[in-house]
Design a protein around this ligand. Sequence first.
Ligand SMILES: [Zn+2]
Ligand SMILES: [Zn+2]
Length: 141
Amino acid sequence: MAASLCGARGVRLTTLRREVLELLWKIGRPTGAYALIEALERRNSRPIAPPTVYRALDFLMSQGFVSKIESHNAYVPCAHPERRHDCLFFICRDCGASVELEDTRLEQRLAQDAAGLGFRITRRVVEVQGICASCTAADPA
Ligand SMILES: [Zn+2]
Ligand SMILES: [Zn+2]
């Protein structure tokens, strides 16, 4: 999907950009840049300059393919890059898994609140931290 979106938008999904995105999907939880770099190096069996990975992440964020979870300083793939939306992530503090949901009511509320303040929103990433269902089941206390 990312490749066809890039084609439609006239931007290029380079090999590194694609690899970073694929890795994030494979890992399936918020991942820091250094862990990504290490995983890429293992996968390609060669060193990778960190700035190239940061640039790839910037590109992926600018296209809406990836969101940054500021509190974890980590990156997570966005489930709906084809259109602009608020990314709403539920993140488990025990296992680190994240789930992205869409909540148009929340988006509307935030848009209204911002309008009331005369505040122009440029980017919205909402993160909710807690304990996921499987961690709760594993440790009910
Ligand atoms: Zn999203
Ligand atoms: Zn969990």
